[in-house]
Write a protein that binds this ligand. Sequence first.
Ligand code: SF4
Length: 110
Amino acid sequence: MQHRGQQLIMAVRKIIEIDEEKCDGCGQCVSACAEGAIEIRDGKARLVAETYCDGLGACLGECPQDAINIIEREADAFSEELVRQRVALLGILAPMQACSGLQARLFLRA
Ligand code: SF4
């Protein structure tokens, strides 16, 4: 997969899986995800792109329906750079000039 000239690598790694049957679209996982990796579409939570999900599962504990699991499968590699661009676009936080994605996540959850 190509993105803005950057080669994205596929890898077997941890990533969220959303059970559409259990999800009621409450949106609590959306606000729990500092990477902006989840959005509500057609009344259900959807992973926007594999590259945005770090697989750490901050959203798991927020789901009242137990609809999110962490699985291990082949997926696009997590990209801090693409997350930086996404959160800036969404206005989740100011552009993370000197912060890495991990530092920003910790900052948001503090
Ligand atoms: S928190 Fe759970 S039930 Fe609510 S939108 Fe997310 S996956 Fe669906």
